[in-house]
Write a protein that binds this ligand. Structure first.
Ligand code: SF4
Length: 326
């Protein structure tokens, strides 16, 4: 049996909790490129990229994207195809389109200056409750709490129970340090990402263990969506000066306007060059790549290798071309 908690979260202990958490964050925070300064453009870009994507996967894209579009004005003035090409491989392309639209909004409606409050930020395309609070607190020191999956888990464990979404936002607001709101929000997320992890929280290393009811013991409700399984076939037609690609319709609900290998609906009798696995949202695909000129598809075009970097390719197409040695 574990010893009774000595000092749980109460209005009297919350200041000490903040102190412990911020002290730990100051010493242990990861050195991430978007933490170099508090420029709202950089903070915003990182928050959009980090939605549904792991930190390790984002770092390289983030740096490359900033090099190509170093300012909000450059991003707003870019063609959509260039923005999608720079995003290619990160997935969830709707984010890139919304990012582009928001850049135009900031330039046009706010004279290139990011609004500083969460309410105003929320008017920007692709910026919801979490993202507006993250930018307002990190870039502008506004006292607004954030709740993402990490914060949600930490709060439920600290309080030792499953809570409704709105209650978690309220609890996060009660805990927030109004002196250092941006750092506090990042510290809560960092704690969830590195110590209070989903499966095996490192309670012995936790800076706020003394305030925690669950100490890793709570069974949180998993919001898991079952993965579907599906098979897909794509034609790989190559010649020395190019590769045959097809643009997805601009009206497609998934990845509109992006380029991919022509999909094959009737692969009967065609040689399979290789097979790979690919997951998109809730579907796990077994992808079979076929070779043969007979698989040419109406509307497909030969694209020169030198142009591949400049057109928005789907993540799966990049994966196939890499596996094929392009
Ligand atoms: Fe999470 Fe364990 Fe820390 Fe509680 S003590 S917040 S469960 S890491």
């Amino acid at each position: 049996m574990r010893p009774a908690a000595k000092k749980l979260l109460t209005p009297a202990t919350i200041p000490h909790f903040r102190e412990r958490l911020l002290g730990w964050f100051d010493k242990n925070k990861r050195d991430l490129p978007w933490r170099k300064n508090r420029d709202p453009y950089r903070v915003w870009l990182s928050e959009i990229m980090l939605q549904q994507t792991r930190v390790a996967a984002v770092i390289e894209y983030y740096q490359r994207f900033l090099k190509k579009f170093p300012s909000i004005e450059r991003l707003a003035a870019a063609r959509e195809a260039s923005v999608l090409a720079a995003w290619s491989g990160l997935g969830y392309y709707r984010r890139a389109r919304m990012l582009h639209a928001a850049a135009k909004q900031v330039v046009k409606e706010h004279k290139s200056q990011f609004p500083s409050t969460a309410e105003e930020l929320r008017q920007l395309s692709g910026v919801g409750r979490y993202t507006s609070a993250a930018i307002a607190s990190i870039a502008f020191d506004q006292p607004v709490a954030v709740v993402d999956g990490n914060v949600e888990r930490v709060i439920q464990r600290l309080l030792g129970k499953n809570l409704a979404d709105e209650t978690i936002w309220q609890k996060a607001t009660n805990l927030l340090s109004t002196k250092r709101p941006g750092d506090f929000n990042q510290a809560m997320m960092e704690l969830g990402a590195t110590v209070c992890t989903p499966r095996q929280p490192s309670c012995l290393l936790c800076p706020v263990e003394q305030f925690c009811v669950a100490r890793g013991e709570i069974k949180l409700e998993e919001k898991k969506v079952p993965q579907r399984k599906q098979e897909a076939f794509y034609a790989l037609n190559r010649r020395r000066d190019g590769i045959l690609l097809k643009q997805r319709p601009h009206t497609a609900s998934l990845m509109p306007g992006m380029w991919e290998l022509p999909e094959v609906t009737n692969p009967n009798g065609t040689k399979v060059l290789f097979t790979l696995k690919h997951s998109i949202t809730v579907t796990d695909y077994t992808v079979r790549v076929l070779e043969g000129a007979g698989l040419q598809n109406a509307g497909a075009k030969w694209i020169a290798p030198s142009k591949l970097d400049r057109i928005p390719l789907t993540g799966l197409t990049r994966k196939i071309l890499k596996a094929a040695g392009w």
